[in-house]
Write a protein that binds this ligand. Structure first.
Ligand code: BGC
Length: 732
């Protein structure tokens, strides 16, 4: 009887077509892919269809999951990076009735083995081409173990450094973030991965900077500030999109049909698939919008979330929802079609056992390290440099290097991907500096702290004594690696642990201090700034980063990074960004004008700021025409001169402001940038093209408007611009 029942179930669930695994010919053209997807879909059982729409939470041992793959019930896996298992999963998928290949997902973001600086540092290079290369290298490392889907790039614009995840994005500006979004998608894809641009949308604006909390975002804000980097990622071909955890205007994105289906799929024409974030479907219950996982799953699916990341609800409940009519089979088919489309586009149907036999493939580590070094070198931002404290020349006799982090290379914020477990060989800052000491120079090292993150002091007195013996102090501080990233928001952004206390003691010696700050966010450095001659933001520089740091500190390479996020003077200034709306009462210092009574109105360091070992003058800004029509274009020529005695790189930045508009417009918006290198005395004119169609904005109804109006265009080496001129946009 039991046997009969099983047999009956098998017959009922069997596919309309043959039961042998069939290898599809792998089509390439969009039309051929659509045809192949349709054909395959026609042969799938509901169980097999649902199998394509989820992966389970990672579990060991993998054997039961491998068997489920063989039954066609799982079409993807998360965090499997051991090639032995990937081979086993791939073999099971080939053995399954329809032989549909698998997606193997991890957060291959900036580290697999070799750790790059994190994406916020990539943005500080203002070199999207470098971000493309970094993404490509990370993707190749991931692909070499068999991974084919990355949960990157994160493109959430954020004006709130209290939010720990700013480390994963490109900072506060939509234009800069869009350039990096497109570059990263291209790079990961060139390296062989499908991307998942995340977290759609508005995750970077959690209230109070507290991770996962909701946000209120108006339509123009959403479309002008938060959406552009997602559009850029889609234009660059991102195959998948990850929905955000949080609520927007009271509705969790995981069940937000207006955003996921109407905006993303219909309006933006996205035809890949949308995944939930990790267990986010189950969390709809915590949001208080669903009674249980079943209701949550139906809500999410109906909103347009095609893929359930690890909540388990689609696997458990979608079939029942189809059976009782809560979900239509056509909707299931649409979701499955999206997943299969991505698998075809990735060429997975071409793969044979031979493609997995060679895993793990060798990766040219030298090339990866070279890219990691280059990104690090270009990402360092010199915030302050007085009394020529940097670079450390041969005239600097004794250098006291203080900070346990300077003698450790194992504290990078690199836990995305398996890099957290397999640290590659890394030079320490101490070793890298020692190598560069010239005759007559001495490096004294004192750790000061019991741990690399400066939580506990160990020997403050020895560090102070070292400082007293030195001509210059290089103090290496780090934002504790455990207090940044996901789920880690901070209310206080000053130096973490006991590091400020140590700085106070060093400053009391009166010796010049170079502060080297490793961080994944903008910090509040107002106290530190008063105590030191130089501040170099090194982000978390990664596997090659300490070598790069020594190169920059000793002047072999000049720093050339610029801030992708404003550094506030105090936490009370947050949220903060350069592109604020004007107010009716601009700050004048008198009462009843905008501002704080107990804080300066300016940030400590503005967006776009960054010095180098030479200086630049902005000589001239010239327009090709004083006006253009709403469909027109003009050229803006900005002439920059190296006024120092060393060669150096500068990021020339162009901003505009619409002076009169139908709604209040930001005082400045970044429109273009270019990093150039000039020899001493050299002058260059950089030509930017301004297109009227790019200068518009959205209204409350979501309409995009380019208005005939007077505008200002400004140029400089930071958002605190040096040059400006006016132009007009006319109707005709
Ligand atoms: C994060 C995502 C990440 C996912 C899978 C979530 O907690 O928000 O960014 O891709 O986990 O690791």
């Amino acid at each position: 009887m039991r046997f009969l029942l099983l047999f009956t179930l098998f017959v009922l669930s069997a596919a309309p077509a043959a039961a042998n695994p069939v290898r599809e010919a792998a089509p390439r053209s969009p039309a051929a892919i659509e045809a192949a997807v349709g054909k395959l879909l026609g042969r799938m059982t509901l169980k097999e269809k649902i199998g394509q729409l989820h992966f389970p939470s990672l579990a060991f041992p993998h054997e039961p999951q491998i068997e489920a793959v063989r039954r066609g019930e799982i079409g993807a896996m998360l965090n499997v990076v051991d090639p032995r298992y990937i081979k086993a999963f791939a073999a099971a998928a080939r053995d399954s009735r329809l032989g549909i290949p698998m997606l193997y997902a991890i957060d291959a973001i900036y580290a697999l083995k070799i750790t790059f600086p994190p994406p916020l540092a990539w943005a500080a290079t203002w070199r999207p081409d470098l971000a493309e290369r970094a993404s490509y290298e990370v993707a190749r490392e991931a692909r070499a173990v068999g991974v084919n889907w990355t949960f990157a790039p994160m493109v959430d614009v954020s004006r709130d450094p209290r939010w720990g995840r700013v480390i994963e994005g490109a900072g506060e500006d939509a234009f800069l973030a869009s350039a990096f979004s497109a570059a990263r998608v291209s790079g990961y894809r060139r390296g062989g991965l499908a991307t998942s641009v995340k977290h759609f949308v508005g995750y970077g604006a959690p209230e109070g900077g507290r991770d996962y909390t909701g946000t209120e975002i108006s339509t123009p804000e959403l479309l002008d500030r938060y959406l552009p980097p997602f559009k850029a990622a889609l234009e660059a071909g991102s195959e998948t999109v990850m929905a955000s955890f949080n609520t927007i205007n009271g509705v969790p994105v995981t069940m937000n049909r207006a955003l996921v289906t109407d905006l993303l799929k219909k309006q933006l024409g996205f035809d890949g698939f949308v995944t939930s974030d990790f267990v986010a479907i189950g969390e709809l219950v915590n949001h208080g919008v669903a009674r249980d996982l079943e209701e949550a799953s139906v809500l999410a699916f109906k909103a347009g979330i095609d893929f359930d990341m690890a909540s388990g609800g689609y696997d458990l409940y979608l079939a029942r929802a189809v059976a009782d009519g809560r979900i239509k089979m056509a909707a299931i088919d649409d979701a499955v079609r999206r997943v299969l489309r991505v698998k075809y586009r990735l060429g997975l149907f071409d793969q044979t056992a031979a493609d997995f036999d060679g895993l793990p493939r060798a990766v040219d580590e030298v090339a990866v390290r070279q890219s990691a070094r280059e990104v690090a070198l270009e990402s360092f931002v010199l915030l302050k440099n007085e009394n020529a404290a940097l670079p450390l020349t041969s005239a600097t006799g004794t250098i006291a290097l203080i900070g346990t982090s300077a003698d450790s290379a194992q504290h990078d914020h690199s836990w995305w991907g398996p890099a957290g477990h397999q640290k590659p060989e890394t030079e320490t800052l101490r070793a890298a500096l020692e190598k560069r000491m010239r005759p007559g120079q001495t490096l004294i090292f004192e750790p000061a702290f019991a741990d690399p993150c400066g939580r506990e002091l160990k020997d403050k007195a020895a560090a102070v004594a070292a400082a007293k013996r030195a001509d210059v102090v290089v103090y290496n501080v780090i934002e504790d690696c455990e207090i940044q990233g996901e789920g880690v928001s901070r209310a206080k952004l000053t130096l973490s642990g006991r590091q400020q206390e140590m700085l106070d003691a060093l400053a009391a010696t009166g010796k010049p201090i170079v502060l080297v700050v490793e961080t994944g966010r903008a910090l509040v450095l107002a106290d530190a700034e008063r105590q030191v001659d130089a501040i170099l933001i090194a982000w978390h520089p990664g596997t090659e980063g300490r070598t790069a740091l020594a190169e920059v500190l000793t002047g072999e390479v000049s720093p050339s990074g610029k801030l992708p996020m404003t550094f506030p003077r105090s936490e009370g200034q947050i949220p903060i960004s350069y592109n604020l709306l004007p107010t009716g009462r601009p700050f004048t210092g008198s009462r009843y004008t905008t501002g704080y009574v107990d804080e300066k109105q300016t940030p400590l360091y503005p967006f776009g700021h960054g010095l180098t070992y030479t200086t630049f003058a902005y000589d001239e800004i010239v327009l090709s025409e004083p006006k253009m029509t709403v469909r027109g274009e003009i050229d803006v020529d900005v002439t920059v001169r190296n006024t120092g005695s060393r060669a150096g790189s500068e990021v020339v930045q162009l901003y505009t402001r619409q002076l009169v508009a139908s709604r209040s417009r930001p005082v400045k918006e970044l429109r273009a940038f270019e990093k150039i290198t000039l020899k001493p005395g050299e002058s260059r004119t950089v030509r930017f093209r301004l297109k009227a169609k790019d200068l518009g904005f959205h209204d409350d109804a979501g309409r995009y408007l380019v208005e005939a109006a007077p505008y200002k265009v400004m140029a400089g080496g930071s958002s605190d611009t040096a040059l400006a001129t006016d132009f007009l946009i006319t109707r005709e």
